[in-house]
Design a protein around this ligand. Structure first.
Ligand code: ATP
Length: 800
């Protein structure tokens, strides 16, 4: 997808105050600009070049704005775009206590005051379908150390994988950061609140609950869908960044650990600023991403291929105007960073193949359903096996010979194979005929009158509208032959051309070449399920199967109170009832198989007989030749040998026998293929009969009555499933019941349920943890324990 160049969108949010410096901070009428005016410092004298007025133009100013409006302005569009595959980043920057955490997290005690992150989670889950995979991670950078706020690590902080920022072709990732799949809003909120309570917080003069770390809550969205036959994967992530606040050490009067934290924070923010300056300059080719952990982690979240939004949080009091100026400068620089958001989509070839396979299975099931509705229960749609192809070939040959009137076709593959066979035969015939003609005759263009006259003179016949000339008469005393006459059958052909002459006999070349498909008496088996064959012993018993089933039922069967019938007895019943159709097919296939075997024996015997007869004739011909040679040979005027009638009839007979032999041999080959195929069908039927019987036997006699009822169509379970009503009956505890009640009795804002549930869970969990640790500390001093947290009113947990 083509990227469209955009810029980072920047907003300024002013923390409400009763002491707003109206004369120093002014907003433009369109709410997109902010002017700062600082009075000249009289102490610096008359010559004072210090700038006193600044004007900043941004994408919006949020002043006295509710959390809801702030979200709509800053985040809603970005999240919508993330849902279609664009990465998005929202970052809050500003001096300490200016409202960054309030903007990102909000005051979590009250739903109305929840910040951007809980709202993003809500929007994501509102919009995503079940096929979308959502995961979250929560990273903290504290004093240049990466830590996982959702880690299951022990408090000692030991972890198998040391956390590190790693560059990869797709961007950067944090090695060792846990990423948690979440299936609904509440899950994600649980993790958010959980992580939030793990953040490093400290108190200083400007903020009682100052975040001492940079935190990045990331939501990964992965959706897959079909585009024609391809499976498209769209991946995106939304990075929600709450930076630690910059602070003037003099103002915050921090000391000790808090002072150390402040130094780290200021340093990393200063690297961030340098990076922003570099990113905003299109001429810069080196970007100092690696200067700090923060800038390195943000490598693919600032600009690049993502939608980026910055919220600069400022305080409205005059005393903070220097910091406000600094934040606005930062925002203005950010505004100059260009981005090229692109949809992160990939095609999953493996997924495509899987999806297609799934579709094939579905289509096959649909076909099977259709077949069973029209009583074509045994049709298969798999590619034809060699045996099936041989069977079709055999049917086509027989059809051409007139031995059968129809070719049984039940699916498209068979249609294609039949056509293929016809084509093959046609082209074989064409080549054979042409080769034979060429070996015997010279083909001359009939419009070439000179040539025609010449060949007429030499004794030529017209064959199928072409003039043909015999090249030589080596084999027999054949001079001319009406080729077309051979089409009407060899006997007729011979008769019509027989022009007995005293001095010799006219004969035609062998007609075998055109009779590749001599009528055969063999019968046809439907390659897949011709059950219409009426020959053979229809009532062949199923002795083999009976033997297999005569094994007694398992011991546990007999221990059952219902005492199921023995398998052989049950099998008889099965064949009469449910299994009657399979049994019928089995018997029919078996009878066809027997008939084929019988026919094959007959054909083999006949071939042997013909062979012996041919050998006899060959001997007789040899003797004739000897005799002719001894008596002296007759030759015509052209020097060609003239044979007598006896020898001629022997030759003709030998020719007929050869033909018969070939046709018998071909039939035998066909029969062999048929037998092989039939045998397979019989085996398949036998197995099917047994397996169906086993299922029927189990269902009828071994599965308990209530389970059988449930398994029936319309029953409440399918094999492998737990009845939903049983799942629903699983005991819920008091808390669950209470929460369910809350859900139904909170009609005013049903969307808040997940938020409150997650909040309650996290609070309970932490209250419990705190209580336990306090208890340990207090050593047998039970009483009232405080359970206070950031952005949360004090509450009390009674310890009994
Ligand atoms: N827009 C606002 N409306 C109401 N209260 C706000 C607003 N912004 C901030 N506050 C309040 O101001 C106090 C400080 O805000 P917050 O903790 O969000 O600041 P911060 O920028 O995150 O500070 P730090 O960088 O020190 O963590 C909080 O009590 C918060 O509830």
């Amino acid at each position: 997808m083509d990227a469209v160049e955009k810029r980072v969108r920047t907003f300024v949010r002013v923390k409400p105050t009763a002491d707003f410096a109206q004369d120093m901070i002014k907003f433009g009428p369109d709410n997109k600009s902010i002017d700062i005016y600082i009075k000249k410092d009289a102490k610096k004298g008359v010559v004072n070049n210090r700038q006193t007025d600044w004007s900043f133009r941004l994408d919006g100013v949020l002043h006295n704005t509710s959390q809801e409006l702030a979200y709509e302005t800053v985040a809603e569009k970005l999240v919508s775009e993330a849902l279609i595959g664009y990465n998005g980043t929202i970052m809050c920057y500003g001096q300490t206590g200016a409202g960054k955490t309030y903007t990102m997290m909000g005051a979590t005690a009250e739903y109305k005051h929840r910040g951007i992150i809980p709202r993003v989670i809500q929007q994501v889950f509102k919009a995503t379908a079940h096929s979308v995979r959502v995961r979250v991670s929560y990273l903290e950078i504290y004093n240049e150390t990466l830590s996982d706020l959702l880690s299951t690590r022990t408090s000692s902080g030991t972890s198998d994988v040391p956390m590190a920022v790693v560059d990869c072709p797709q961007g950067v990732y944090v090695k060792g950061l846990s990423i948690h799949p979440v299936s609904h809003e509440e899950d994600a909120l649980n993790l958010l609140f959980e992580g939030e309570t793990n953040r490093a917080i400290a108190e200083h003069t400007l903020n009682k609950n100052s975040s001492r770390s940079h935190c990045i809550f990331t939501i990964y969205i992965e959706s897959r869908f079909r585009v024609c036959s391809d499976v498209k994967c769209v991946n995106s992530k939304i990075s929600l960044i709450d930076l630690a606040g910059s602070e003037r050490l003099s103002k915050t009067r921090s000391e000790g650990q808090v002072l150390k934290e402040a130094m780290y924070i200021n340093k990393s923010l200063s690297f961030l600023e340098q990076l922003i300056i570099a990113l905003a300059n299109p001429k810069r080719d080196h970007m100092p991403f690696r200067q700090s952990k923060l800038t390195h982690v943000l490598k693919d979240s600032l600009g690049g291929n993502c939608n980026t939004v910055l919220v600069a949080n400022i305080c409205g009091e005059a005393v903070h105007v220097e910091e406000t100026l600094s934040s606005l400068r930062f925002a203005t620089r950010m505004k100059w960073i260009t981005t090229e958001p692109v949809i992160n989509e990939t095609y999953d070839r493996e997924g495509t193949v899987k999806a297609l396979e799934k579709e094939i299975i579905l289509l096959k099931q649909e076909l099977a359903l259709h077949d069973s509705l029209v009583n074509r229960s045994l049709v298969t749609y798999d590619p034809l096996t060699d045996i099936q192809k041989a069977e079709i070939k055999s049917q086509v040959h027989k059809y051409l010979k007139g031995a059968i009137d129809e070719i049984d076709i039940v699916n498209i593959r068979q249609v294609q194979e039949v056509f293929k066979q016809f084509k093959l035969i046609a082209s074989q015939q064409e080549h054979e005929v042409e080769a034979r003609l060429r070996s015997k005759y010279a083909l001359i263009d009939k419009n070439d009158f000179a040539a025609v006259a010449a060949v007429h003179k030499a004794g030529v016949v017209v064959v199928d509208g072409h003039l043909m000339q015999e090249e030589n008469g080596r084999d027999l005393r054949t001079r001319t032959a009406s080729f077309s006459s051979r089409h009407s059958g060899k006997k007729k052909s011979r008769k019509s051309n027989e022009q007995p002459k005293k001095e010799g006999i006219w004969t035609s070349p062998s007609g075998r070449d055109l009779v590749g498909f001599l009528p055969s008496k063999s019968q046809v088996i439907n390659s897949t399920k011709d059950l219409d064959v009426r020959e053979g012993a229809r009532n062949q018993d199923t002795a083999n199967i009976d033997t297999e089933l005569s094994k007694p039922a398992p011991v546990e069967d007999s221990q059952r109170p219902s005492s199921p019938p023995s398998k052989p007895v049950a099998f008889e019943q099965f064949k009469e009832e449910c299994g009657s159709e399979i049994n019928r097919i089995f018997k029919e296939n078996k009878s066809i198989l027997l008939a084929r075997k019988k026919r094959s024996t007959t054909v083999a015997q006949r071939i042997n007989f013909i062979k012996r007869e041919m050998e006899g004739i060959q001997k007789a011909l040899e003797a004739q030749k000897q005799e002719r040679w001894q008596q002296g040979e007759y030759v015509d005027e052209k020097g060609q040998i003239i044979i007598d009638e006896k020898e001629f009839s022997l030759i003709m007979k030998l020719k007929d026998l050869k033909e018969e032999y070939r046709s018998g041999y071909a039939e035998l080959q066909d029969l062999k293929a048929e037998i092989q195929y039939c045998q397979r069908l019989v085996n398949q039927c036998r197995n099917k009969l047994i397996s169906e019987f086993e299922i029927w036997y189990n269902e009828s006699f071994l599965i308990p009555e209530d389970a059988r009822e449930a398994l029936k169509p319309g029953g409440n379970i399918r094999p492998g499933m737990i009845p939903i009503n049983r799942v629903m009956c699983l005991e819920e505890d008091e808390q669950d019941r209470f929460e369910r009640m809350q859900e139904t009795t909170l009609p005013a804002c049903p969307a808040s349920v997940s938020f409150y549930r997650a909040k309650t869970k996290t609070d309970q969990k932490h209250a419990y943890t705190r209580t336990m640790s306090s208890l340990e500390k207090m050593h047998k001093k039970p009483g009232l324990i405080t359970a206070a947290g950031k952005n949360k009113p004090l509450s009390f947990l009674h310890v009994m």
